[in-house]
Ligand binder design. Structure first.
Ligand SMILES: C[S@@+](CC[C@H](N)C(=O)[O-])C[C@H]1O[C@@H](n2cnc3c(N)ncnc32)[C@H](O)[C@@H]1O
Length: 195
């Protein structure tokens, strides 16, 4: 979908993926972090998680390329609105390389076209510091030609993410988001190798 199409959805309130807050898996993860991490949230939508990371003392850059999403996030976040930037995650000039300790994922990877997935993995690799982590919710299931969402196949765990990162943790969620009968959401933490 193009940025204007996403914007339209936010402006019309057609945001079925939005659970109105943070998934329950996020709080224990944030509690486990060392202080003052730099967190990146690509495709942030309304950005509920921004406040959770900020309230725990972390710095956050949240990006979305849809103006409607950025407007909604800034309204939603009030005092943390300045964390949200209008930017394309795949624009090489939009974000500094090797600057982030955490990249948080929720319904962004499954929202982008399948052909961009390798670029997603490469971008995350570029943006994380050595030892940094990609953490969040990942949707796995059968191929879905009519997405988004486009679930990842089980094989992509290894071929897409496993090729660059080490899987530290994977467990099925209670499913905050169940858009497709066969798809299953997992809380996962992947780590970039230390230098
Ligand atoms: C399904 S929504 C998920 C929003 C949010 N992560 C959540 O869980 O509610 C996908 C979001 O990714 C954004 N998006 C898609 N492609 C993008 C890109 N290349 N750069 C930045 N944002 C993008 C869309 O505008 C949309 O807000």
């Amino acid at each position: 979908m193009k940025p204007e199409e996403w914007s339209q959805r936010y402006r019309e309130g057609r945001t079925g993926w939005d659970i109105g807050g943070c998934p329950p898996e996020l709080a224990p993860f944030i509690a486990s972090l060392p202080p003052a991490r730099n967190v990146l949230i690509p495709g942030c939508g309304k950005g509920h998680e921004v406040a959770a990371f900020r309230e725990a003392g972390h710095s956050v850059v949240a990006v979305d390329y849809a103006e409607g999403a950025v407007e909604a996030a800034r309204r939603n976040l009030a005092e943390y609105a300045d964390c949200v930037r209008l930017a394309d995650f795949f624009d090489e000039s939009a974000l500094p390389p090797a600057a982030f300790d955490i990249c948080y994922e929720r319904t962004f990877l499954c929202a982008i076209p399948v052909k961009w997935r390798r670029d997603f993995a490469r971008r995350v690799d570029t943006l994380l510091r050595p030892g940094g982590r990609l953490a969040g919710l990942f949707l796995y299931g059968d191929p879905e030609p009519d997405g988004p969402p486009f679930p990842l196949s089980g094989n992509e765990r290894g071929s897409l993410l496993g090729a660059r990162f080490t899987l530290l943790h994977s467990r099925p969620t209670g499913s905050s988001f169940k858009p497709l009968p066969e798809a299953r959401e997992f809380w996962e933490v992947w780590q970039k190798p230390s230098a």
